[in-house]
Design a protein around this ligand. Sequence first.
Ligand SMILES: O=C(O)CCC(=O)C(=O)O
Length: 270
Amino acid sequence: MTTLAAETKARRLSEAERQGFEERGFIKPLPLFGDDAADHLQARFDELLAKLPDGIDINRVNCWHKANRWVYDLCCTPAVLNYVEDLLGPEFYLWGCHFFCKLPGGSSEVPWHQDAQYWPLTPHETVTVWLALHDTDDSNGAMRVVAGSHRVGLVDHGSVEGEQFVLNQAIDESAFAPEDVVTIDLQAGQMSLHDDRLIHGSGPSTSGRRRVGLTMRFSPNRVKCDLGVWPNFEAYPMRGADPEPLNPIGEIPQGDDCPTSMFQLSSEFS
Ligand SMILES: O=C(O)CCC(=O)C(=O)O
């Protein structure tokens, strides 16, 4: 198994960045891994992709951290958790981990949406780390966000159909001003952070260049999942003590497995 270079370029968030997150709902770019990390991340991604059974689309499976120890450890990178702690405070957990991919020969798109529309989590205080495995820009389908849109509350989503769409609900473009759209252009090894009410999405890679991002979802301990909607939801404590957790706690994986659907229980993996 390849390992990630230990060198990190990370730092802590400045007060200006934290205020910017309050106002705009995202921060980019944030330094994370050193220049040599891209090769390791991409090689490891290829190994993980090869594990998926035939016919399973990597864009449609979630919770790699429940199945795979390397991914779990990546999510626990202290520099990642420091950035998250600077936004969420000292007590939070991890619950989701998903590769959003534009692969050659594919045409996947992520329709405009707010994460909170999809998630039965209360209150809406989840933050996403988006770790770039490749350099991202408009020509390879970088994520795009609508600055400040996290402050307007939940916006109506309609249903959307088509093989290319990774999600099935979408916000119409008339709901926001084009001048507020910002491209999350990152270098491989950098990351961004976004609020779960921020409107965002991504188009296809028109250049044919690969674009893979690994999302990690972190919530403060006070965020509770409605298990009636997501019965397999599990929290992985990351920072701070939580003597009376509001959510079931997941088992840390020991093996090198892969998820095969959106929400499996950690007990399904070794
Ligand atoms: O990577 C993308 O294109 C979209 C990611 C996304 O929708 C998310 O992080 O919630």
